[in-house]
Design a protein around this ligand. Sequence first.
Ligand code: FES
Ligand code: FES
Length: 170
Amino acid sequence: MTTRHQISVTVNGVNYQREVDARLTLADFVRHDLSLGGTHVGCEHGVCGACTILVNGASMRSCLMLAVQADGAELTTVEGLSRNGELHPVQQAFIDRHGLQCGFCTPGFLISTAELLQGNPNPSDDEIADALGGHLCRCTGYQSILESVQLAAQMMREGTIVDAASPAEA
Ligand code: FES
Ligand code: FES
C-alpha cells in the first residue's frame, strides 16, 4: 500500500504541481513525471553520481531523495544549464576537451562542475578531483574530464558566465 501526496516544485524555472506516490524517487519523478530524461539513473543507491541535480542550489543524488522531500524546492537538472539555446560553458568545455564518450555519466558531472565553479572559479586539480570524486565514468578517462573542468573555469572567468543555480527565464 502506498500513499499519494500533492507536491509543488520549480524545475529549471518552471513550476510543476503533481500528485506522487510517497515512495517515488526524485530521479524517477523528473525523468518520468516531468519527462526530463537528461538526469540518468545508474546504480540507484548513491554511488555513481549520474542522477545528480541541484536542489536549492546544492548538488543531490536524486536517486536517494524522494519526490515528496523536494516539495517547495527549486531544482536544476542538466536541461536547465543552457540558456536561450546557448550551451553553458561547462557543457561547451566538455565537448571541446572530449570530457565525454557515451555520455551516461555526463549530466551528473556537468551539474557538479557547475556547482563547483560557482563557489570556486579557479579550482586546483586536487579541488576538482575532490568535488567530482563521487562521480563514476566508465569510458572517458578522468584526465579529459579534469581538463574539461579547467577549460570551463577559464571560460567562466573570461565572462561566459551562466548562473546554473538561478531559475531560467520561463
Ligand atoms: S543513480 Fe543515483 S548515484 Fe547512481
Ligand atoms: S562518458 Fe561513458 S560513462 Fe562516462
